[in-house]
Each structure stands twice: as C-alpha cells, then as structure tokens.
Write a protein that binds this ligand. Structure first.
Ligand code: HEM
Length: 474
C-alpha cells in the first residue's frame, strides 16, 4: 500500500487488545472444561447403574437419577453455554470492530452464570428439581438465568448495532440466537409452570427441549462456523445465496419441530403432523448449509488433514448431516412406532450434542487456546489423540445405542415382557461405557496438552488482525 493510500484510509482498525478481553474468553473456556468433565462423570454413574453396578449404591444424594440430570444440565448450561460465551467474546468484537458494551458486565455475567450452573447442580442433587425436561433447574434460579440471558444479549448487541453496512451471516445467526434463546428459555421455564397444564404443557415442553437445540445451540454453532471456516481456509464462504437459504430455513421451520418428541400422545394431530413436516423440511435446509461448507472446502481438501480445527469442524458437519438425516427418518409416524422411548433417541442425542456442537467448540478451543496463551500447542500427538478418541468414541457410542434402540423397539413391538428388553440391552449398555471411556480419555489428552502448553513454550504471534479476518469473512 502506498503512503497516500494509507493517509486517506478512513477506517481506523482498533487493536486486538482494545477489542477482546482475552482473560474472559479463557475463563469461560476453562469453566466449560470443568463442567464437561463433571458432566461426563455423571454420565458414567448413570451408565453403570444401567448395567447394575452403581458405585455409590445407597447414597441417596448421589443417586444415578439425580446425576443423570446433572449430566444433561452440566452439558447444556455448564459446558456448551460457557464455551459459546467464551467464543462470542472473541468473535463479536473482532467481527464488528467494536468491544462489548462493558467489560465489567462481561465479568459480572461470568460470575452470575457460574452461580446459576453450580446452584442448579446443587439443587438437582438435593432433590429440588422441577419436573420439566431440560428445565429441571430449581424454581428460584429460573428468573436469575432469564435475567442473565437478557444481559448477555444487551452486552453483545451493543457492538453489533454499531456496525455500518450489511451484516455478515455470522451476526445474523448470533442476533437470532440472542432473541430466540431468551424467548425459548422463558417459554420452557415459565409457561408450563404457571400458565398451561396437561397436554398443552406437554406440547410447550416438547417445543422447549427441541428449541434449545435448534434456536440456542444451532444458530450459535453455525454462526461460529461461518466465522472460523473462511478465516482458516483463507477464502470467503462458497455461496452467499445458500447462507440465506440456510438461515431463513432454520428460522421458518425449526420452531415448529419440538412436538415431534411427543408423537402418538394426546397432543392434537395437526400439531404432530406439522412437526413431522417441518422436521423433514429442516433436513432439506441443512443439506444446503452442508453443501455450502463443502463447496468452501473444495480444492483445499488437504487442510482437512493438516489443520486440526478444520478437521474438528468438518467432522462435526458430517455428523450433523447424519443426525439430521436420522431425524428425518425417525420423525415419521411409522418409524416412531419402533424407536419411540428407546436408546435410538439417546444415541441420536449424543451424536448431536457431542458429535456436532461439542466437536465444533473443541475445534474452536484448539484454534484459540494457542492465541490466548501465546504459545503453540505442546504436543500435536496429544491433539491427534484428542481428536481420534473423540471422533471414534462418539461414532462407537452412537452406533451402539442406535442399534440397541432397534432391538428394544422390536422387543416391545413383539409384546415381550419389559424385562426382556432390559436383558437384551445389557451388552449395548456395557459397550456404551467403553465408548464413553474413549471420549473421556480424549478429553484428558486435551486437558493435559493444555496444561503442558500453559506451563512452557515460547511466545508466538497471535495471528491475523481483526481487519484481515473481516475482509476474509466478507
Ligand atoms: C463420555 C461418556 C458418556 C456417558 C457414559 C454418557 C451416558 C449417558 C447416560 C447413561 C444417559 C442416560 C440415558 C438414559 O436415560 O437411558 C445419558 C443421557 C444424555 N447424555 Fe450422555 N454420556 C456421555 C457423554 C455425553 C456427552 C459428551 C454429551 C454431550 C455433549 C452427552 C449428552 C447427553 C444427553 C443430551 C442425554 C439425554 C438423552 C435423552 O434424554 O434422550 N453425554 N448419557
């Protein structure tokens, strides 16, 4: 660039340190990893109970039923929410070139969110859970969490509102996620509790559990993919038109899907059929998004092997396509007869929550930790183990549970006694523990690698500037 051009350039790009509070990003990531490990321990306790080997037999406060709720809540609100918040504190300021509304607010929200997660865990173990799936949070915590979500939205919307000109697709997804998460949480935690009862409450509960995935986790997940993938591949996204289809398709079809958790219940049939149709429609939308990302990778296939974050991202996308395809099948009334309430659904849930969104977040952490710590990863071998144990472990676990679910369904459809289905499930449930150990081992490699990276190593340049990232993303 010539000197004249430099003096006439009207855009003054703030420095990274002015934009991003790296400490907060690191805190969120570390908190998320702690809850992740706690959650996995809860998963193991429940899994051992199912093969009749509860290691804490007789300890009521630590009974597997309570740990099951800690397992699921710690994943959703402890691991995923914290990791997403850390990611948002990096991405939003760099993409908008404006810091969050107030750094002190970020720190307050960090503390408040940990309070929400920890008191939820304590409440669940003390028997204070509400009878709402995914909304088990003790009743007095709900308003605190709701207020927290509002503050999160305000803190990030401030820089987004300052952007002049068209918004990059990542920001559409993030804006939608802030609004939808706030509304979804309110719908699931207050409406069935105070306003509706019976099958109406069931319908709202169904919408809530699925909208948590579709309107909180999914838009944040895809939003961050639209940000990180072009930066790492050093080229723009393949088709802007397809990004539009993906975003608006999600917005139109996702909100109706949740009732598909309660097919064959007293909920009116028009709602059940609506859920079936919108679920199949989302599968078509998802295909366009996946095509868009593979179109972007086209010609750079080598990077899948060389670049660890890209490998995490694209593996997650393959799993994403598989889960959505599975969903389009399992949502039909015919298929539901076989797999309803079986481990097929549990296999599906693990594939989505770990195989997709956790994989993406672990990829983001693999990319960002060296930048936060100003050091290269201590060991590429440990990173490889992390990836392969996680990828193999989840494939093994999901395959095992999906197959087990089919056998359970056939047993029930054949009108065998209930005990029969429990007996035939034992080998599948034992196999789940082996697969779980692989996933757990993978995360231990990651944490050990992180610890060693933190301990030693020379400082490195933190990578591209915000303006360069923005140019690539646009
Ligand atoms: C690593 C070892 C893991 C083990 C041993 C494990 C075990 C379990 C068990 C036993 C259940 C209860 C199933 C039932 O009630 O029949 C469960 C549920 C669940 N787990 Fe895990 N889990 C593991 C990892 C994960 C991970 C990594 C995630 C997500 C990131 C996850 C997300 C879930 C979800 C969403 C459910 C609820 C499923 C449903 O209600 O359909 N689990 N898990």
């Amino acid at each position: 660039m010539s000197e004249t051009e430099q003096t006439t350039d009207p855009v003054e790009v703030p420095r990274h340190a002015e934009l991003v509070d790296e400490q907060v990003v690191a805190w969120y990531f570390l908190a998320s990893l702690v809850y992740f490990m706690v959650s996995l321990s809860g998963g193991f306790l429940m899994a051992f109970q199912l093969i009749r080997h509860n290691p804490l037999d007789g300890v009521e406060l630590l009974s597997p039923g309570r740990w099951r709720m800690v397992h699921t809540n710690a994943i959703a609100y402890g691991f995923l929410a914290n990791a997403f918040l850390g990611m948002l504190h990096w991405v939003v300021p760099r993409l908008t070139l404006h810091p969050v509304l107030d750094r002190r607010l970020s720190r307050l929200i960090f503390g408040a969110w940990q309070f929400v997660v920890l008191s939820t865990a304590a409440g669940l173990l003390l028997g204070e859970a509400q009878a709402l799936e995914w909304g088990e949070t003790p009743v007095w915590i709900d308003p605190v969490a709701q207020l927290g979500l509002l503050l999160v939205a305000i803190n990030f919307m401030a820089p987004i509102c300052k952007v002049q000109g068209p918004l990059y697709v990542t920001l559409w997804y993030f804006i939608a996620a802030f609004i939808w998460t706030f509304l979804t949480y309110a719908m699931g935690n207050f409406v069935p509790e105070y306003f509706v009862t019976g099958s109406s409450a069931g319908a709202v509960g169904g919408l809530f559990i699925h909208d948590l995935v579709g309107l909180f986790v999914t838009p944040l997940g895809w939003g961050m993919m639209y940000y990180f993938v072009p930066i790492l591949l050093k080229k723009p996204i393949w088709s802007h038109g397809l990004s539009l289809v993906g975003f608006w398709g999600l917005a139109f079809f996702y909100p109706l899907q949740g009732i598909h958790h309660f097919l064959y219940t007293p909920i009116p049939m028009f709602l059940q059929y609506g859920a079936v149709l919108s679920t199949i429609a989302v599968e078509l939308v998802v295909t366009t998004v996946v095509i868009n990302f593979f179109g972007t990778l086209w010609g750079d296939g080598r990077k899948f092997w060389d670049n660890m974050p890209i490998r995490w991202f694209y593996t997650g996308m393959v799993y994403y396509f598989l889960t959505c395809f599975q969903c389009a099948l399992q949502v039909t009334m015919t298929f539901q007869q076989l797999i309803h309430f079986t481990d097929w659904v549990v296999g599906h849930a693990h594939l989505v929550m770990f195989g997709v969104f956790s994989m993406w977040l672990l990829g983001v952490m693999t990319y960002l930790f060296p930048r936060l710590l100003k050091r290269e990863w201590y060991s590429r071998t440990l990173s490889e183990w992390h990836y392969w144990l996680s990828t193999g472990g989840i494939l093994f676990m999901a395959g095992d549970l999906i197959l087990g679910g089919l056998f359970q369904g056939w047993s029930w459809m054949g009108l065998q006694p209930w005990d029969h289905s429990v007996e035939i499930s034992q080998p599948f449930w034992a196999t789940r523990i082996v697969a779980g150990l692989a996933i757990f081992g993978g995360q231990l490699c990651f944490i050990w690698n992180l610890y060693k990276t933190w301990q030693l190593g020379p400082a490195v340049d933190s990578g591209s500037t915000p303006s360069a990232e923005r140019a690539v993303a646009e």
